[in-house]
Write a protein that binds this ligand. Sequence first.
Ligand SMILES: Cc1ncc(COP(=O)(O)O)c(C=O)c1O
Length: 451
Amino acid sequence: MTVKHWPSSSLLPAIHGPLPGPKARAIIHRDQQVLSPSYTRGYPLVVERGNGAIVVDVDGNRFLDMNAGIAVVATGHCHPRVVDAIQRQADKLIHMSGTDFYYENMVALAEKLATLAPGDSPRRVYFGNSGTEAVEAALKLARYHTGRRRFLGFLGGFHGRTAGSLSITASKVAQQRRFGPLLAGVDHIPYANCYRCAYGKQPDTCHVECVKVLEDSLFKSVIPPEEIAAIVVEPIQGEGGYVVPPRKFFDELQAVAQRHGILIIADEVQCGMGRTGAMFASTHFGLDPDIITIAKGIASGMPLGAMIARASIMNWTPGAHASTFGGNPVCVEASLATLELLEESLMENARLMGEHIRSRMQHWPRRFPIVGDVRGIGLMIGFDIVRSQKTREPAKNLRDRIEMLAFERGVLLLGCGESGIRLSPPLVIQREQADFALDVLEDCLAVAHAG
Ligand SMILES: Cc1ncc(COP(=O)(O)O)c(C=O)c1O
């Protein structure tokens, strides 16, 4: 087995000329003729290969990927052990369809995930191919099990773009426009975004008005609670802005759900799989969800999603739900290798590197008037770009400019929320790389602020 290893000097970015280079320009031109215009590309990056936290574009420019291919390649790009697992499995069996037949590694992965899931309840696992499929499965199971039809979601939440999950998504209006009507019976309430509290409260003194509104008002006036199958919540909002709620938000939410027999679906597609320094972000908040959805980081880039439910809830019968490709044996093998690496050292690295990065970033609001808030757990870190720290008015154009400035300097960033920037690097990121990215970001913030 030959696995590429680059010399350590190649751990950092190197840009050779104006971006995009000639080969990238040519590919982008072809892409624009034939690919769906619904994709959102923030800057012209055309990737050829990747290793660890580094990707190389078609013109030989090297970039530091501070977003792990949108929080997916937890073990870094092309980790040798993941590549090896994929190659060995591809040699043996690529597909059989776990919906109709059995194979051992799908059982092994389900056993592993059931053990790792938060709480003590026995769990069962359903496999799909993506985050949105995991969420679809969760919504269907919640309806099937409870016999109820309504759902409750949160403003800013992102759960996918297929019709069911899109009904719960409330992130950007472009994702909804001209697609309705979607699922009936879905309501959204404000999330516990303490930087921009919908109720004008302070986190230390609030009474969790964002959950209390349910029993104080909505359940009395417009939503019969006994009709709600599940509350769908991201333990840390991802696309919505890398928003970290206080623990009391989840205490209240669980209490309300329990009182009314409502299930809690924790969507950990972005925040799960070791990114926060724990396998599941729910554990940081004492949250013991009835159903958990995961994807993204689960298989280091191979398409896999999973819905993990309490065994007592997963009472649907054969034929109720399945997917031809779900739990593909090659993806499953990549996932088993990924989980081993996460447990061996990468979750710990996420914790340590996350602390290091945040300890530098916490000074940013004092140093840069355009930085409004810095937050995060482990390697799920976000910060807001604002017009004024006093008004907290989002500065989207400035955020986009910072993203572009960083790209030109070889650091790949992604926005989130209205004017946030997220850092979700591969969990293999090294200190030297993290410091490089922060140096570049500080330079970009200074340039953007100077106008
Ligand atoms: C929390 C969350 N749920 C679901 C999804 C949908 O995942 P996918 O794009 O794999 O369908 C995403 C994707 O960003 C997500 O962040």
